[in-house]
Each structure stands twice: as structure tokens, then as C-alpha cells.
Design a protein around this ligand. Structure first.
Ligand code: ZN
Ligand code: ZN
Length: 499
């Protein structure tokens, strides 16, 4: 079966290349990347000691996708500059190199295609790019990832720790493409394919080892006050303590920032699970979501007439990834990420179109993160800003958030307040400015005044008690335009494979 064999240049164990298109592999025994050349095998260095988080596929698996057989030859882990790792699988379809990747419940599969790549410097988020006969694609992200670790075989030869530049694109109708610019020294490669679901990748043979306890989560200790800090999702990067507001890096278990007091505190308890009956932007409904995080955001200068604030709750489901529940001007919206190619933005910011619907401009603004609690899948920073544009059509909204490196589109649908109350025990809380958000359902209207009064007292008392533990000096970090709140952060896909 092996196309070439030989001793590992590091440990001497016998290693075998099985796929003809593979250029390197990771020695099972010493975890060094070994590259094969015409003459010998060369050691590229040891992979980082990271745990593979995704147990869905493993090298050695076989399956079919839309009637075509494939084998999984390898997998790799990359680190996103905004924090977080993502994983990609190197697969072979009848001798052709392809990549399968997953970003927060959304799957992509791309094949290498023989078309020239546009020069990297000509590309920017939201730009339209023709890719040969495959049509027009929209740039969603232009970024780089650090090659941390791998398993099995790979179609390129790179040393662990090197950076890979990628551009991800999408098209209407489910198209997906990725251009791999490697480290900028080799010719780029273009990969074109589709967005899909894990169910469509029909696995017929499970060959490889998969990481045990892939969704193991734990409670870490708050770096600020020592209280337990629950971590409910495996991809969480940062967690902000509800007792002292300190933000801790989950992996390093170190304090990364202190923040001041909340404007309002969450009106839904973090960690709460609930079922949302309304279909989201992907048609998913009646699923159970866990409330992971709470964000207070605003636009305009604080204290000025154009200041406006709102709240967002980060939701998580192990199969479907992340959603947001946004409370804005008395309404809740369930927000689902979209691909840039899903939205026809050729007439933005006047209007955008999706599924033959016309969404007219609602507002556009610089949106800032003011306060966070709970856990987040990216390196959230108080003070980070994005340019945001919102469009509306009846009960639906489309939003676009842009940074230097990516554009993130999302779809929102109105969820009745009463439904959020039923699902998550939503109970409006008093704001720090003294204006409670009155959005309780009419049925509980009689007692709501008393409830709000009690909450005001609880918030005041708790707020004073918490002050002793907090460090009360506002944001621990400066303004930043990296990342992006609704972004896919550390899990966006960079199709990958140049040598
Ligand atoms: Zn070895
Ligand atoms: Zn704390």
C-alpha cells in the first residue's frame, strides 16, 4: 500500500507515505513533521502540543460525498490571529487533493482547481472576484493562520509554527472557495467547492483514532477573584467573571483585562439552556441553546444625543455552533451567521437582497464593545469596534460587520419577548442609568413593577459588594479594530495545501 517508506530522520522509526500526493507526514512516534524529497526524508521540526478538538473525522476514515468516494489522509490545526484554533482535513477524491473544514457547525469541502489566483494585494473583504468558470465569489476573509500541529499525511511541506496566508470566499447558492497563498513564497493554489453539512459527508469506514472527550469542558478559576469560572463550550477563548468582571484567557488561565461595571447586567442568566421555536436564518428551530456570554455594545459618543446602547447574548449548540440573541429597542432578534456570498450587496448601503427579498437600510454605525460577561470563542476585548450596517425587511434583518480582515454578514429574525421569557427566563433588569427595560409580557404586568424594584435593590447591593472585588478602572485594553464581534473568529476556514 505504501508509496514510500523509510526511517524517521528524527527517531528512526519506520514511516510510510500512503497517498501519492502527500509531501509530508507526522511521525506517529516522535511527532516530528517529515518531508519526503526525491532523495531523502527531512525533519521539519516537532508539532505543537495541542489537542485535536474535533472528533467528527480522522485520518483513515473513508466516505462518499455526493456519490464520490474520498479518503481522509491527514488533518491539521491552525491558530487564528484573533485567537482560537481551527482544524482542516486533507482528503483525496480519486487522486485529487481536497480539503474539508468546519467552522462552528458549518462545513465546507473544496477541490484544488487549475485556475490562476488573483494577486493577494488586490483582494479585500467584500470584494467580488471571478474564479474562472466557477463564477463570481465574494471575499469573506483575508487573513493568516499559524500551522500548529498535524496528524497523518499532508500535501504540503511546511515547518510547524509557520504562517499561512489565506483568502476565503463564498458565492450565492452555497459556493465556497479558498485561495492558499502559503507563506507568500510559493505560487498560490485555488480551491473551489461548496458549503455543506456533516450529514452529507457519508462516512462508510472509520479508520482513525479520534480524540477522546472532544467536548470536554471544565470550570477554571477566575484570575481576578479565584471564583470558579464555568467553561461550557470547548472553543471558548476568554471568560469574564460575573463576580469581579475580570477577563481571563481560558487556555493560559491568566488575567488579560479588567473592566468596569456593567450598564445593565444580563437579563438572562448565563449558563441557562432553552429551546427557541422560531426558525433561524438556516431554517433550524426547536433546538436547545446554552447562553454562554453577555455583551453590552453601543454606538455614538457616551453622554451625547447620538449614543445608543444594546445587549447581545451568545448562544451555543454543539451541533449547530453559535448564534446571537440581540435585544435592541425592546425587541429580541435571533442572529445566524451568513456567508458573504449569500447577500447581494451590490447596492449597499442603500439596500441589500437575499432570497429575492429586498432589505432596506436601517442604520449604519461604528459599534463598540463596552462590557462582557461569560465566555467567548474569540479574544474579546472591551473597546473593540467594528463598522456595522443593518438592513430590514418586515420581521427580518440583515447585518454586516466589517473589519480590515473580514466581513461578517448575519441574518436576524424577530423572536417575541414572551418566547425568550419562556425559553430562558428572561427578566428585564434596571439599567445603570435608572431606566429599566419594560418588556415583560402583559400577563405578568401587574407584578412587574415590584419585580423591577427588587431587582434594582439587588443590583445596587450586589454592585456595591462586587466593587470591593473589582478593579474599577474601566477597560483594560485600548480600542481595537481587529476581531469582530459577530465574526467567526478563530474558526474561519483557510483552505490550505500549497507546498
Ligand atoms: Zn519519528
Ligand atoms: Zn472573578
Amino acid at each position: 500500500m505504501a508509496v514510500s517508506t523509510g526511517p524517521c530522520p528524527n527517531c528512526g522509526s519506520n514511516i510510510e507515505f500512503k497517498a501519492g500526493s502527500s509531501l509530508s507526514l507526522v511521525c506517529k512516534y516522535c511527532k516530528h513533521v517529515v518531508v519526503r524529497t526525491d532523495r531523502d526524508m527531512r525533519n521539519m521540526g516537532k508539532i505543537a502540543d495541542v489537542v485535536f478538538g474535533d472528533a467528527a473525522l480522522a485520518p483513515g476514515d473513508r466516505g462518499t460525498f455526493r456519490g464520490r468516494a474520498f479518503s481522509v489522509e491527514g488533518r491539521l490545526v491552525l491558530q487564528h490571529p484573533a485567537g482560537g484554533n481551527w482544524e482542516e482535513y486533507y482528503v483525496v477524491f480519486g487522486g485529487q487533493n481536497a480539503w474539508i473544514s468546519e467552522a462552528q457547525g458549518f462545513w465546507q469541502i473544496v477541490n484544488e482547481v487549475p485556475i490562476p489566483a488573483p494577486p493577494l494585494h488586490t483582494l479585500a473583504p467584500q470584494m467580488q472576484v471571478p474564479l474562472g468558470n466557477y463564477g463570481i465569489f465574494v471575499v469573506g476573509e483575508k487573513n493568516d493562520g499559524t500551522f500548529l500541529a498535524a496528524e497523518g499525511e499532508l500535501p504540503f511541506a511546511a515547518a510547524p509554527g509557520t504562517k499561512r496566508i489565506f483568502v476565503d470566499l463564498s458565492a450565492a447558492g452555497g459556493g465556497w472557495a479558498s485561495i492558499d497563498y502559503n507563506d507568500g513564497t510559493q505560487p498560490p493554489k485555488v480551491y473551489v467547492g461548496v458549503r455543506t453539512t456533516f450529514a452529507e459527508l457519508q462516512i462508510t469506514e472509520r479508520g482513525g483514532d479520534r480524540p477522546a472527550a472532544a467536548v470536554k469542558t471544565e470550570a477554571i478559576k477566575c484570575g481576578g477573584c479565584g471564583a470558579p469560572l464555568p467553561v461550557l463550550a470547548p472553543g471558548s477563548e476568554r471568560a469574564a467573571c460575573k463576580h469581579c468582571n475580570t477577563i481571563t484567557d481560558v487556555k493560559l488561565q491568566q488575567v488579560v483585562a479588567r473592566q468596569g461595571q456593567a450598564r445593565q447586567q444580563p437579563s438572562i442568566e448565563l449558563g441557562r439552556r432553552g429551546v427557541i421555536p422560531v426558525a433561524d436564518g438556516r431554517g433550524i428551530y426547536n433546538q436547545e441553546w446554552t447562553v454562554l456570554g453577555y455583551v453590552e455594545r453601543s454606538t455614538g459618543a457616551p453622554g451625547s444625543d447620538d449614543w445608543f446602547g444594546w445587549q447581545e447574548y451568545l448562544l451555543y449548540n454543539v451541533q449547530h455552533g453559535y448564534r446571537w440573541l440581540v435585544f435592541d429597542e425592546g425587541n429580541f432578534y435571533l442572529i445566524t451567521p451568513l456567508a458573504a456570498g449569500d447577500v447581494d450587496a451590490s447596492r449597499a448601503p442603500l439596500f441589500v437582497r437575499m432570497r429575492n427579498l429586498h432589505f432596506r437600510k436601517r442604520n449604519q454605525q461604528q459599534a463598540r464593545v463596552d462590557f462582557v460577561l461569560g465566555e467567548f470563542y474569540w479574544k474579546v476585548e472591551v473597546g473593540e469596534t467594528v463598522w456595522a450596517e443593518d438592513f430590514e425587511h418586515g420581521r427580518e434583518i440583515i447585518s454586516c460587520e466589517k473589519t480590515q480582515t473580514e466581513v461578517n454578514w448575519s441574518h436576524g429574525v424577530l423572536v417575541p419577548v414572551q418566547m425568550v421569557t419562556q425559553a430562558f427566563g428572561y427578566m428585564p433588569k434596571a439599567s445603570a442609568y435608572g431606566a429599566p427595560a419594560f418588556n415583560v409580557s402583559p400577563a405578568s404586568g401587574a407584578s412587574s413593577g415590584l419585580v423591577v424594584a427588587i431587582i434594582v435593590i439587588v443590583v445596587l447591593v450586589f454592585g456595591m459588594a462586587a466593587c470591593g472585588a473589582c478593579f474599577g478602572d474601566g477597560s483594560g485594553s485600548g480600542s481595537s479594530t481587529s476581531g469582530g464581534v459577530r465574526g467567526v473568529g478563530g474558526s474561519s476556514s483557510g483552505g490550505f495545501g500549497g507546498k
